[in-house]
Design a protein around this ligand. Structure first.
Ligand code: PLP
Length: 527
C-alpha cells in the first residue's frame, strides 16, 4: 500500500520532458540517450521516471508546472556546479527543492505500510512508574535537560554579522554562543564539498567495521593527515572522541595499572575508567600537580604501569592542564614503574581551538601527551574522534580496542571532510581564523570583566560567566534567549554545587558586532 502522505504523483515520460532536463537533475553533463538507459536510478530501469512533487504547505504543484520546475532544478545544478561530478541519482535535486519549500521523491521510495497489526511490546506499567518518578525528580530539581531546541535554518554571515540560526516555532534569528565548532568549519565550503564528493564516490555509510570491509581510502588519508598535523608516527580514528577515550582506556589499563585522574575530567574518562579493573585509582584535585606527584609516589613500587589521564581543556571552564608540569612530574617517577607512566590527554576542546597553530593544549603549555586524543566534531566541524601516538600504540589499539573492533567507523564522507578541515586549520586561512578567534575571545572576556561579571580568563574560547546560583543561571539564560542569544546554563551535577555558570563559546565566525551585542544584552540584565 502506498503511504497516504504522498499527495500527488506525476509520471514523466521521456517523450514529454526534454531528456537533457532530466539528466541535468542528476547533475550529469554531456549525457546522451545511452546514459539514460544505463542508469537505473535516473531512468527507473525503463522508459519512465515517476516523480511526486508537492508544493509549499503540501499543496500539489499542477502537472503543467512540473516541466518548468525540472528546468529550474536543471539550471540550478548547472549554475552551482560548473564541473558536476557524474551522478546517478535524481536525488541530487532534493536539497535544492527543499530549499524552495518543495518536497520531491522518486515514487520507488514511497513508504509501504508493513507495520504489524498490533505492536508486540509488553506493558511495563510498573517500570514506567519508576522511570516517570525519576524523571519528575529531575524536573523538580531543575537538573533535567528538557526538550531540545530544533534548528530549522542557518543564515550565512553577511553585513558585518556572523551566521544566524532559526529555531522551530520561533520567528527570531539567534546568535549561537554555545557551539563547539570553534572555527566555523562545519559550514566551510571546501569541507562540505569534500564530504559530498567522497559520499558520492563511496556511499553514505561504511557497511562494516574497519577490519571486516569498512576501511576506505579516506579513512587512511585522514589518519595519515592527523598524525602529520600532530607530528606523531600514526593515528587511529573512531566514531567519536567518547569512543576513542573508552576504547583506549579499556585497552591500556589492566590489573597491574594505577590510574591517576583529574577530578574534573570529562564523563567519557570517568566511564572509561569505570569499565576497567585497575590495581589502584586515584582522583587528584583539579589541576593540582603537587597531588599528582604524591599519588605517583604512593603508587610506585606497587604496580607495573601507571596511567595519568586528564582533559587538555576542561570544557566547562575553559581552563587547561599544564602538560609541561605534568611531564616534569611524570619524568621524576617513570623509572619506578616497570611499564612506564603513560600520559593520556583528551584535548577534544583544545585542538583547533587555541594555540596560534591550533595544536591546542600541547602548544599552549609547551608540554606533550604520550597518547593524544581529539575529536573531529568540535573545532574540525565534522564528526568522529581519534588517537594519535606511536606506531606500536595505534597498532595495539586496532587489535585490542572494543570500540574500534566492534563498531563502525565514521563514514568515508566524514573522513574526507575531516581531512579537509585539518588542512584548513593547517593553512594560512587556519592561522587567520585562529587569530580572529583569539581576538574575539579577548574582546568578550575584557567586556565581561569591564561590566563586572566573574569569569575565568584565559586564551581558550570557552568563557564562563560564573553565576553561582541555579535560579539566577536559568533567568539569565532565558533573558539571553529572549534577546536572540543561545548560551548554555550549567548546573549541578554537570558542575559542582556553587559553580553554576553560563558557558559562552566564542567562535571564529563571530564578528566584533556580534560580541558587542551579546555583551550589551548581558549588561542590560546586570551582574
Ligand atoms: C573532553 C571531551 N572529550 C570527549 C568529548 C566527546 O566528543 P565526541 O562528541 O567526539 O564524542 C567531549 C565532548 O563534549 C569532551 O568535552
Amino acid at each position: 500500500m502506498i503511504d497516504e502522505e504522498v499527495t500527488v504523483g506525476h509520471s514523466v515520460n521521456h517523450a514529454e520532458v526534454a531528456k537533457h532536463d532530466l539528466l541535468n537533475i542528476g547533475g550529469v553533463r554531456h549525457a546522451n540517450e545511452d546514459d539514460v538507459a544505463g542508469r537505473p536510478n535516473v531512468a527507473g530501469g525503463g522508459d519512465e521516471i515517476r516523480f511526486e512533487v508537492v508544493g509549499l504547505g503540501g499543496s500539489p504543484i499542477p502537472n503543467g508546472d512540473l516541466v518548468p520546475v525540472i528546468d529550474e532544478i536543471g539550471s540550478h545544478a548547472m549554475a552551482h556546479d560548473p564541473e558536476p561530478y557524474e551522478s546517478e541519482s535524481c536525488h541530487d535535486a532534493a536539497p535544492y527543492l527543499s530549499s524552495q519549500g518543495v518536497s520531491f521523491r522518486n515514487s520507488n521510495l514511497s513508504r509501504l505500510d508493513r507495520r504489524p497489526a498490533k505492536p508486540s511490546v509488553m506493558s511495563h506499567d510498573r517500570l514506567d512508574k519508576i522511570l516517570e518518578s525519576e524523571l519528575s525528580d529531575l524536573r523538580e530539581a531543575g537538573t533535567d535537560k528538557g526538550s531540545e531546541l530544533v534548528i530549522t535554518d542557518v543564515m550565512g554571515a553577511g553585513g558585518g554579522l556572523g551566521p544566524r540560526y532559526r529555531l522551530a516555532g520561533l520567528d527570531v534569528e539567534f546568535i549561537k554562543m554555545n557551539s563547539n565548532s570553534y572555527l566555523g568549519l562545519s559550514r566551510h565550503p571546501a569541507v562540505i564539498s569534500a564530504e559530498e564528493f567522497a559520499t558520492r564516490r563511496f556511499g553514505a555509510g561504511p557497511g562494516a567495521v574497519r577490519f571486516i570491509s569498512g576501511t576506505y581510502q579516506t579513512h587512511l588519508d585522514l589518519e595519515r593527515r592527523l598524525a602529520e598535523f600532530h607530528s606523531r608516527e600514526a593515528s587511529i580514528i573512531y566514531s567519536s572522541a567518547y569512543a576513542a577515550v573508552v576504547s583506549t582506556l579499556t585497552s591500556l589499563i589492566n590489573s597491574e595499572t594505577a590510574v591517576l585522574s583529574d577530578e574534573l575530567n570529562h564523563n567519557c574518562i570517568i566511564n572509561g575508567v569505570r569499565m576497567t579493573r585497575p590495581a589502584a585509582r586515584a582522583v587528584y584535585p583539579h589541576l593540582d600537580i603537587g597531588s599528582l606527584d604524591k599519588a605517583l609516589a604512593e603508587a610506585s613500587g606497587t604496580v607495573s604501569r601507571a596511567v595519568v589521564i586528564t582533559d587538555g581543556v576542561f570544557s566547562m571552564r575553559g581552563d587547561f592542564a599544564d602538560l609541561a608540569a605534568i611531564n616534569e612530574v611524570v619524568a621524576k617517577h617513570d623509572g619506578s614503574f616497570p611499564q612506564n607512566v603513560v600520559v593520556i590527554v583528551d584535548d577534544s576542546h583544545g585542538v583547533g581551538a587555541y594555540g596560534a597553530a591550533g595544536r591546542g593544549t600541547e602548544e599552549a603549555t609547551d608540554g606533550s601527551a604520550d597518547v593524544l586524543i581529539g575529536t573531529l566534531g568540535k573545532a574540525f566541524g565534522v564528526n568522529g574522534g581519534y588517537v594519535t601516538g606511536s606506531e606500536v600504540l595505534t597498532t595495539y589499539l586496532r587489535e585490542k580496542g572494543p570500540m574500534y573492533i566492534y563498531s563502525n567507523p565514521i563514514t568515508a564522507g566524514e573522513a574526507a571532510a575531516a581531512e579537509m578541515a585539518v588542512s584548513v586549520v593547517d593553512s594560512l586561512e587556519g592561522v587567520e581564523l585562529l587569530s580572529h578567534l583569539a581576538e574575539m575571545t579577548n574582546r568578550f572576556e575584557t567586556g565581561l570583566v569591564d561590566a563586572g561579571f566573574e569569569t575565568i580568563p584565559g586564551p581558550h574560547p570557552v568563557t564562563p560567566v560564573m553565576v553561582r546560583d541555579t535560579e539566577r543561571t536559568a533567568s539569565l539564560v532565558d533573558y539571553l534567549f529572549a534577546n536572540g542569544v543561545l548560551a548554555t546554563g550549567l548546573n549541578f551535577p554537570v558542575v559542582p554545587k556553587g559553580d553554576e555558570e553560563i558557558r559562552f563559546q566564542v567562535n571564529a565566525d563571530h564578528t566584533a558586532t556580534d560580541i558587542d551585542y551579546v555583551l550589551s544584552v548581558l549588561g542590560e540584565f546586570g551582574n
